[in-house]
Design a binder for this molecule. Structure first.
Ligand code: SF4
Ligand code: MG
Length: 314
């Protein structure tokens, strides 16, 4: 186990007085070393907040995150800095996190500067190595971000995330802003790097199709809760949660025989400021009953390693 999230809650104050947003509401799961744990959910379900919390860009309101067995909440100073090397993040919009006034070389230099590694290691050689890893070369060193394509910028974002040789990378909608063909190239690159460097990914996307392509295990989030967790094969065989079923029915299948009848969800995702009572999904669930409106279902193991939070399986 590389990361363990134990009853993690992240609450924010709402705009109105006394209002609380339960962005992440009592979530527990583990990420194994070397796996890609994919998280899918609509916007506002708390997946990005969860990703940030896993690497302490956000402190949990309650609960614990363990990285290699160490609770990261209490880390300070040098220990915190060491932890930051092990866990990196890649965002959706690479332009937003690449300083437009700095060259690619300067940008790739940043992690080494922050961690005082200049002079201790051969940074120039390391930067060349990083560029090669992501399929770019020395030609790009003196370029500025605006001179690169979207895919190239995301490659730089990946190179920078790799600079300090992390164990885990949070990919937050890492390919969502890219054209479909470029998306596939970047996904392939991530897969290659994972094998070559023994990386672990926490892969966040609103797009189940993308999550499905890259993940060993998948967690489905709805309004701050993890509603289903299973490995890829299990989920392919059987989805238990009505929300997962609906998400999957929207993916076109290559094999016509396999094509599921599309389940249309009623209405929009409710506001996280005021989530429905009981099971948060009851306002849109085709199978909701009275109990669903009153009591929140707990995440339970329905088959080995396959967890579901739904009253239908209790
Ligand atoms: Fe639907 Fe009820 Fe299951 Fe929630 S608990 S997903 S409302 S059947
Ligand atoms: Mg997000």
């Amino acid at each position: 186990v590389l990361v363990k999230a134990d009853h993690v809650k992240v609450y924010f104050k709402g705009k109105k007085r006394g209002q609380t947003v339960k962005a992440v509401d009592d979530v527990s799961f583990e990420i194994m070393k070397g796996e890609t744990f994919g998280v899918v959910g609509e916007s506002g379900c708390g997946k990005s907040t969860l990703g940030r919390t896993l690497i302490r860009l956000q402190q949990p309101t309650e609960g614990h995150i363990y990285l290699n067995g160490t609770d990261i909440a209490g880390l300070k100073g040098a220990q915190l800095k060491e932890m930051r090397k092990e866990a990196q993040i890649i965002f959706q919009d690479p332009s937003a996190c690449l300083n437009p006034r700095r060259t690619i070389k300067q940008i790739l230099m940043e992690p080494f500067e922050i961690h005082n590694l200049k002079g201790k290691i051969d940074v120039d050689a390391k930067i060349m190595e990083l560029l090669q890893l992501v399929g770019l070369d020395s030609y790009h060193l003196s370029r500025y971000p605006h001179e690169l394509s979207g895919g190239q910028k995301q490659r730089i974002g990946i190179a920078r995330a790799l600079a300090l040789e992390p164990q885990i990378i949070i990919c937050d909608e890492a390919v969502s802003a890219l054209d479909v063909s470029v998306q596939a190239q970047v996904l392939n690159l991530l897969q290659e790097l994972k094998e070559k460097l023994g990386l672990t990914y926490f892969f966040i996307s609103h797009n189940l199709n993308v999550v499905y392509q890259v993940s060993d295990r998948v967690g489905v989030m709805y309004l701050g809760k993890m509603v289903e967790i299973a490995n890829y094969d299990q989920l392919y065989e059987k989805r238990y949660h009505p929300y997962t079923e609906a998400l999957l029915s929207a993916i076109p299948q290559v094999d016509q025989e396999e094509q599921k009848e599309r389940i249309h969800l009623e209405g929009e995702v409710p506001s996280p400021y005021d989530p429905p009572s009981g099971c948060h999904f009851h306002t849109r669930c085709p199978k909701a009953c009275d109990k669903c409106r009153q009591t929140a279902p707990e995440l339970k193991e329905v088959a080995p390693g396959h967890y579901v939070a739904c009253h239908l399986y209790e």
